[in-house]
Design a protein around this ligand. Structure first.
Ligand code: ATP
Length: 265
């Protein structure tokens, strides 16, 4: 399937009535169904502990649903994972401590059995603002810099499915804004399907084509809000502010237990 790589073919993600009850009995996710359209960016928001990371890990094939099914282009997540066409960036970036920034990014190419590409590695290092740190080891970086290296590592293979779990958590406000401005062009240019878990409503509205709101635990989809803003998205606009309000209202309704709920029942 080498020929399919990096030619702008995003994956369609289907989560069908997925439920997750952890071994200890924690009800993390309740009968959740959603479809992520190929090549689109979807943000997932919801109160702390509502099951956002659980859902992302299920889509990545790192967690099996207790009931229901997750398919990527109709296949099990492991199929895409084996082909190296899926990338995940977590809030806690697990970089190999003995490898430099550039070597950590290159490793993703090796694991996906893709050829080394020094130019692309250098381009991504510059894009995430780590110019001059290509040969630094993770211990020599701040937490935010490590996160940015992990984002570059996730992007280097031009994955067909990109799963980002709070990847900007430790990044300072200014860099966060810069990344939010620069990154979408990278993943959209490749036709990548992207899922972004975030606590920032502003970031969700700025980056996504659609924002999905989960209820408090056990999470279920209570709102699915299309983000109709044109791209590129720059300065704050009245339209963006109105969309942020819509998302916040849905979160509030979920918290109060008054949301209508697309997936209720
Ligand atoms: N491996 C696990 N074993 C047992 N319980 C877990 C496990 N992972 C998560 N949970 C529990 O499942 C629930 C959902 O957790 P999850 O991390 O998916 O939520 P989240 O919405 O991503 O939270 P946050 O926004 O705080 O990161 C929580 O109650 C959490 O304690």
């Amino acid at each position: 399937m080498e020929a399919d790589r990096g030619v702008g073919v995003g994956v369609a993600v289907e989560v069908a009535v997925a439920t997750k009850v952890y071994a200890g009995g924690t009800d993390a996710l309740q009968a959740t169904s959603l479809t992520l359209e190929a090549g689109r960016t979807t943000a997932l928001v919801g109160p702390s502990g509502c099951g956002k990371s659980t859902l992302l890990r299920m889509i990545a094939g790192l967690e099996a649903p207790t009931a229901g099914r997750v398919t990527l282009d109709g296949e099990a997540p492991e199929v895409l994972q084996r082909r190296g066409e899926l990338a995940v960036a977590f809030q806690d970036p697990s970089l190999l401590p003995w490898r430099s920034v550039a070597q950590n990014i290159e490793l993703a190419l090796d694991l996906a059995r893709l050829p080394r590409n020094d130019d692309r590695v250098a381009e991504l290092i510059a894009l995430v603002g780590l110019d001059g740190f290509a040969t630094a080891t993770p211990a020599e970086l701040s937490g935010g810099m490590r996160q940015r290296a992990a984002i570059a590592r996730a992007l280097v293979t031009a994955p067909r499915l990109l799963l980002l779990d709070e990847p900007f958590g430790a990044v300072d406000e200014l860099t966060r804004h810069e990344l939010a401005r620069e990154l979408p062009a990278l993943w959209e240019g490749g036709g990548t399907t992207t899922l972004l878990v975030t606590h920032s409503v502003a970031e969700a509205v700025r980056l996504a084509d659609r924002v999905i709101v989960l209820s408090p635990r056990p999470g279920r989809v209570i709102a699915d809000i299309p983000i109709t803003l044109t791209r590129p998205r720059g300065a704050e606009s009245a339209e963006a502010a109105a969309l942020e309000r819509t998302v916040r209202d849905a979160l509030e309704a979920g918290r109060a237990g008054t949301a209508a709920g697309q997936n209720a029942g």
